[in-house]
Design a protein around this ligand. Structure first.
Ligand code: AMP
Length: 214
């Protein structure tokens, strides 16, 4: 199963990808997570990417495509993968087409997660992530048992640099201008599934699994 999740920031891509990883036993490939790892390790890629991320802008396409190319060649991608947060621009989508065709691969499904802006802003400003294990919480719908402490590993939770109000608006603008057109690219291939992503985590999960079983 080769799956792509497209949606605005806060659309639930990362959360749903985690369930799909378990369900299909394939890896989640999140360009956002890969970039944050590089930032935390202070690699040269991370140091370059950081300024774009903090400003809510996209990291240049060639950086992302280089990262993805290496990742798709890894052994654990043999049986499929879930692309989360990539491609985010038309050049990235075309770059992915090229990579897939070189590997004789094709995508099985592109899930587009649709959420109203008001809900996105509420979800992102209440999102907290664990510094250590990466577990993501929502202070309203999925709070930690002890405030600001991860249930899983006991480490501190933090608000992402790019989840502050001004940056959220900028990321939404970028999504509508640069990423939403990517859905048109896949509509032409007839592999798009549009999902209403307003509901609870469980509801959205069931909708996705139902669509994928068709
Ligand atoms: P995310 O965790 O997917 O919301 O990504 C966080 C930030 O990383 C984005 O706001 C971008 O700055 C950067 N980023 C992640 N994925 C991509 C991508 N495919 N293309 C360009 N920038 C990206």
């Amino acid at each position: 199963m080769r799956l792509l999740l497209i949606g605005p920031p806060g659309g639930g891509k990362g959360t749903q990808a985690k369930y799909l990883v378990e369900h299909f036993s394939i890896p989640q490939i999140s360009t956002g997570d890969m970039l944050r790892y590089n930032v935390s390790q202070k690699t040269s890629l991370g140091l370059d990417a950081q300024k774009f991320m903090k400003a809510g802008q996209l990291v240049p396409d060639e950086v992302i495509l280089g990262m993805i190319k290496d990742r798709l060649l890894k052994d654990d991608c043999k049986n499929g993968y879930i692309l989360d947060g990539f491609p985010r621009t038309i050049p990235q989508a075309k770059g992915l087409d090229q990579l897939l065709s070189n590997m004789n691969h094709s995508l099985d499904n592109v899930i587009v997660m649709n959420v109203p802006d008001k809900l996105i802003i509420s979800r992102l400003s209440n999102r907290r992530s664990c510094k250590e294990c990466g577990r993501v919480y929502n202070l309203i719908s999925d709070p930690p048992l002890n405030s600001n402490i991860c249930n899983e590993c006991g480490h501190d939770l933090y608000l992402r640099d790019d989840d502050i109000a001004e940056t959220i608006q900028q990321r939404l603008n970028v999504y509508y201008q640069q990423t939403a057109p990517v859905t048109k690219h896949y509509e032409a291939l007839g592999i798009i599934t549009n999902i209403d992503s307003k509901g609870s985590i469980e509801e959205i999960k069931n909708i996705i699994l139902l669509q994928l079983s068709k």
